[in-house]
Design a binder for this molecule. Sequence first.
Ligand SMILES: [Zn+2]
Length: 377
Amino acid sequence: MSISGFNFPTPIRFGAGARREVAKHLLGRGFKRPLIVTDKALGALPVLAEFQSHLQGLDVAVYAGVFGNPTASQVMKGADAFKAHNADCVIGFGGGAALDVAKVVGVAATHEGDILNYVWDHPQVRPIVNELPYFVAMPTTSGTGSEVGRSSVISEDDTHLKRIVFSPKVLAKIVFADPELTLALPAHVTAATGMDALTHNIESYLSPAYHPLCDGIALEGTRIAARSLFKAVHEPSNIEARSDMMMSSMMGAIAFQKDLGAVHSCAHALGAVCDMHHGLANALMIDTVLAWNYEAVPQKFDELAHVCGVQGGGKAFVAWLQALKESIGIKGRLADHGVTKAQFPRMVEIATADICHQTNPRPCTSADFERLFQQAL
Ligand SMILES: [Zn+2]
């Protein structure tokens, strides 16, 4: 048997009100001038102003320049804001996009050249050698789990191609996960991001990579999302359900150290070709792809059914997922969301080139992707 390595390195403060601990935490470590990195929409909402009211004693600047799929120029402008404020630390505040930008603003502020020089597959990739500013991550959605991740997805401004900066050095030094920050999320965002979190837990559990620690996390993350996603959508101020979804989101992102599967390859193609929301794309594909995966790992599906309280074993699990989607308002098929057959060739090309399906429990070829898209249309 080969030797394996396991890492769970991020300290996490979790619970309603955790945001009120941030100022004391930073001041106690000698930090005085944080730059908050957040997205445009969030910057205008009361939730940010309310958080700032808990930052007494700190000289705070806000960079609210993140929007859409974050681009390299958004990162570079964030680095300019960091330098202009003479900041000594970064607080990432937002959903996956804001946190991905916040993660690498410190890299761009302390290293030469454009952030795209630091993406992992750049032909002359530059190493991250200088010390990075202290980075605090605060999720305001429950989906990507980006706050506990070590990668940052940044698009090229001109081509819109997604590039990835991947390094343990960009991990948050600490996460303050406060489910009260998600109370105002609209139902359709809670539903779509929640399906992303659920998909991370399920796909990482189904990945064949050897990681029993993450298997345990993924199953428990699935159980927690299964019991609370419906409630979080239909009772938006239910703090227990909001807490569960924030926890499940982090567990999914921790578990996907094992990597994901073909649902995510399809979602990445739908995002690139049809500009579809990532969580919605996963939700529209997950039952089709999982029904096809079933025969490869039936015992694992039995286990998923068990933790979700589904009677009838692994085959019933896919039907349960379909019912769950309906119940949280995710309706229709790909065509109902504007996808056309003419887009298939490019979608199949992107899904096939995507790395996620390499850990799908069943090998997935271009022809398979074409069939899966057709079935989901
Ligand atoms: Zn995802």
